[in-house]
Design a protein. Structure first.
Ligand SMILES: [Zn+2]
Length: 110
């Protein structure tokens, strides 16, 4: 039991030895990884080879709708508009060359 306490005390002590910059670097790395992961999963998945290595080659606008939203800026509420657009997007897989369509909803600023 005593050994365990000494052991954990040592762990805490060595942790505080890590300079603050290491935490910042670690945070930045985690952030970059997170963004990369997010980009990866936002890419369309190829139905043929299941790889997320597709690139958009064309898009067709199906419909668009203007929607009013409100936000609070400096304590004041203001309205703004956004476009809710639906597209049929054609992708081409960079891996196997398969072409496929995906219906997507995009929210864009006016
Ligand atoms: Zn593919």
């Amino acid at each position: 039991m005593t050994e365990l306490i000494v052991g954990s005390m040592l762990a805490i002590d060595s942790l505080s030895q890590i300079p603050g910059i290491a935490y910042i670097v670690f945070g930045v790395v985690v952030f970059i990884l997170f963004i990369a992961l997010l980009q990866h999963f936002s890419k369309a998945k190829c139905p043929k080879c299941k790889k997320r290595k597709s690139k958009e080659i064309s898009r067709k606008l199906l419909n668009e709708k203007r929607e009013r939203r409100s936000r609070t800026v400096n304590g004041e509420t203001e309205d703004y508009y956004i476009w809710v657009r639906r597209y049929d997007i054609t992708y081409e897989c960079k891996k196997c060359g398969a072409r496929f369509e995906k219906r997507e909803k995009r929210i864009e600023d006016c």
